[in-house]
Design a protein around this ligand. Structure first.
Ligand SMILES: Cc1ncc(COP(=O)(O)O)c(C=O)c1O
Length: 399
């Protein structure tokens, strides 16, 4: 067989931590090992029936042709209405909203539109590791902004941004609620960051990934960075999807909202890549956004209860401290007291305790000393996983 050389830009791509761990898991399971996974951010509930029904109805109605490349008009209108209702933000559905195949393609298109060649994306450390892929593909680099833990939560502000800023920076990326650490930015914190992005010589666009927006706990509000001021709206591209909010990870549908010139450039990228999620999927998404949001409220209550169970069950282990997340699907365990690299700890837990979590260092150097425990799956799996996790960590703590 002839050997072809693979494009250099692709050879620099790395699988995400979840994909790497999945590979090892499958190997161990093929050898007959029983593993409980507490690692993925995939809600375990089925998509609510009224959304499934809307897709079936659309299929029956023959909604199977090419979608509008910007996204179906009804879905764009539903997104505009949702942003008005929830964030008081006004976007023109014909010019300022695009529909994408999940947040993943929205992030890809936004970075493609905004990144100069060899430009840098300033992003928090630690952070969702899948941002690295599109940044590499667009031949750009990252400038990590180390977060510090204050009052039990990871946070950073204008001074940390300024410390790391270089002339190469072309985009600031935010994720609120923040994967993996669970911080939900307050309006004041976002105002400070957005003012920084627009101050003096900076003038940076802000890419805001809000995919966990409804998974906020203890009555906290989700604030979009675009909503903190009129000026902030003009520099922010919101990226979101229905994956987590409506348990629709496999439907691959999301959306972006932002200033027209940026979205026009993003549309060109989308037209050369996907041309949008299936038409009947977009009809179902419009139904999800426009219907009563009771199913969302119930899911949020369920995930908050699971979060509390995880924190409670992992308390009192020597050298281990659960951090209470304000939002999202993960509890970070501070394991610095164990005095071991997080990757060694997660490897031990998988091989010797039969439970799979992700080491914090997978999300950047700032994640070292932590483990990410997902409560996206509940019930008996969560119960067994927590038993194994506790036993494994206690054994490790005992030497
Ligand atoms: C922060 C963050 N952004 C984006 C995504 C991908 O979302 P989607 O399924 O909409 O492509 C994930 C998935 O886990 C995520 O955690």
């Amino acid at each position: 067989m002839p050997e072809f050389s693979i494009a250099e830009r692709v050879s620099r791509l790395r699988p995400t931590a979840v994909n790497q761990v999945l590979q090892t898991m499958r190997k161990l399971e093929a050898e007959g090992r029983s593993l409980v996974s507490l690692m993925r951010g995939q809600p375990d509930s089925p998509t609510p029936p009224h959304i499934v029904e809307a897709a079936v109805r659309a299929l029956r109605d023959g909604r199977t042709g090419y979608p509008d490349n910007r996204g179906e008009p009804a879905l764009r209108r539903a997104v505009a209405e949702k942003l008005r209702r929830e964030q008081g933000l006004s976007y023109d559905p014909d010019r300022e909203i695009l529909i994408t195949d999940g947040a993943t393609l929205g992030i890809y298109a936004a970075l493609g539109a905004l990144l100069r060649n060899h430009g840098n994306v300033m992003l928090p450390d630690p952070i969702y590791d899948a941002y690295a892929g599109p940044i590499t593909l667009w031949e750009a680099e990252t400038t990590p902004v180390p977060a510090t833990v204050r009052d039990g939560r990871f946070i950073f502000g204008a001074s940390e941004l300024e410390e790391r800023w270089t002339t190469l920076v072309s985009v600031i990326l935010l994720n609120t609620p923040w994967n993996p650490v669970g911080t939900v930015f307050t309006r004041d914190e976002l105002t400070e960051i957005l003012e920084y992005a627009g101050s003096g010589y900076h003038d940076h666009p802000v890419l805001s990934d809000e995919i966990y927006e409804t998974l906020v706990y203890d009555g906290r509000p989700h604030v979009s960075p675009a909503a903190v001021s009129a000026e902030a709206r003009e520099r922010t591209v919101i990226v979101n999807s229905l994956s987590k909010t409506y348990a629709m990870t496999g439907w691959r549908v999301g959306y972006c909202a932002g200033p027209e010139p940026i979205l026009r450039a993003m549309l060109l990228i989308l037209q050369q890549s996907s041309r949008g999620p299936a038409t009947f999927v977009q009809d179902a998404a419009a139904c999800a956004l426009s219907s009563d949001q009771d199913c969302v409220r119930r899911m949020t209550a369920e995930y908050q209860a699971r979060r509390d169970v995880v924190v409670e069950r992992l308390k009192g282990i020597p050298g281990v401290e659960p951090m209470v997340p304000e939002g999202g699907l993960f509890v970070m365990l501070d394991i610095r007291g164990l005095g071991k690299p997080s990757e060694d700890v997660s490897r031990y837990l998988m091989r010797d305790a039969g439970v799979v979590v992700i080491h914090g260092s997978a999300y950047g150097p700032g994640g070292e000393g932590t483990l990410r425990v997902s409560f996206a799956v509940g019930g008996e799996t969560l119960d067994r996983g927590l038993d194994r996790l506790r036993e494994g960590l206690v054994r490790l703590a005992g030497g």
